[in-house]
Design a protein around this ligand. Structure first.
Ligand SMILES: NC(=O)c1ccc[n+]([C@@H]2O[C@H](COP(=O)([O-])OP(=O)(O)OC[C@H]3O[C@@H](n4cnc5c(N)ncnc54)[C@H](OP(=O)(O)O)[C@@H]3O)[C@@H](O)[C@H]2O)c1
Length: 290
């Protein structure tokens, strides 16, 4: 296929390009400033020129905490930009795969979430991504929206590498036992994106590694795989703020509210692709140890 990837310089975008090329597809990497998804006219012209059969939209404002204070910039890329890509894709008969997030959920239900569960973002980033999803499916009804969470990969800074580096540097890092996620590797997401490019599927799909964990369990697992004098200690969301600002240099501040529980049920994707994603532990092990 002839596939265009927006945000092709980002962590996921680079992996999608790499995976698509390895599968023998023709890939056009769309990066700013040449392709800015907020610029409808130039996007339209570029699309006519490159004539893709599919677009994977990895472009987004991804600074979750920064979105709280840069609201219009976050909405511009995540809502207006996504809407533009969908309009252009629909007008030229191009398959669109759009990447979204588990931050669209409020996170107050303590069981793996299904695609039809009620959304209710707690942050500007989450709301801007939810508005983007809605616009994508309105403007391009045969698009696929992938909701995922906590991405890590070899092409960008991520929490897995930060924790591993913190252990090597001897930091003592607190992580909470009462916030649940599924860390997900970019290879799984890239593979899913390409599968959707070629498939007659549409609508929302959850794509994550199998299983779920507290951020404390995730950090402990990374510490077990990393040689160093650092350590992981447990805390709770209530106690997080004071401890974090005093001691957690590796992770930084959290201005935006995160969902407390955002483990996603991926049965719909497994049924579509006829595969079970590997566990979050196996994906982290493969990322850190190869
Ligand atoms: N990272 C996570 O943990 C996570 C979790 C769940 C979902 N997601 C979603 O996964 C997708 C990929 O995220 P990522 O981690 O790969 O993010 P990333 O590394 O920050 O990459 C995002 C890319 O989008 C580009 N971009 C931003 N606004 C743009 C615009 N208006 N026009 C064109 N390009 C634009 C950026 O370009 P520049 O290089 O020019 O800045 C950047 O290269 C996003 O949709 C994100 O919301 C991420």
């Amino acid at each position: 296929m002839r596939i265009c990837v927006t945000g092709a310089r980002g962590m996921l975008g680079q992996q999608v390009v790499e995976t698509a090329l390895s599968l023998g597809h023709t890939v056009l990497s769309w990066v700013r400033p040449e392709v800015d998804i907020t610029q409808m006219e130039s996007l339209f012209e570029r699309c006519k020129l490159d004539a893709p059969e599919a677009i994977v939209n990895c472009a987004a404002w991804t600074d979750v905490d920064g979105a709280e204070t840069n609201v219009s910039a976050a909405y511009l890329s995540n809502h207006i930009g996504a809407a533009n890509v969908a309009t252009v894709a629909a007008s030229q008969g191009i398959k669109l795969v759009h990447i979204s997030t588990d931050f669209v959920y409020p996170g107050d239900i303590h069981r793996p979430l299904i695609e039809s569960d009620t959304t209710g973002p707690k942050s500007v980033y989450g709301q801007s991504k939810l508005d983007g999803e809605t616009a994508v499916l309105q403007n391009c009804p045969n698009a696929v929206v992938i909701r995922t969470g906590y991405i890590f990969g070899h092409h960008g800074p991520n929490l897995i590498d930060k924790i591993s580096a913190g252990i090597k540097s001897g930091y003592n890092m607190p992580f909470v036992t009462d916030q649940w996620i599924t860390p997900t590797g970019t290879p799984l997401l890239a593979d899913a994106s390409i599968r959707f490019c070629q498939a007659n599927a549409s609508g929302i799909y959850h794509v994550t590694q199998a299983g779920g964990c507290s951020t404390y369990e995730m950090a402990r697992y990374i510490a077990q795989l990393t040689s160093g004098t650092g350590s992981i200690t447990s805390t709770t969301l209530d106690a997080w703020e004071p401890i974090q600002s005093a001691r957690c240099e590796a992770v930084g501040r959290q201005l935006a509210k995160r969902p407390v529980y955002s483990v996603l049920n991926t049965d719909k994707y497994s049924n579509f692709a006829n595969i079970e994603p590997i566990s979050w532990e196996a994906a982290i092990r493969s990322h850190l140890l190869g």
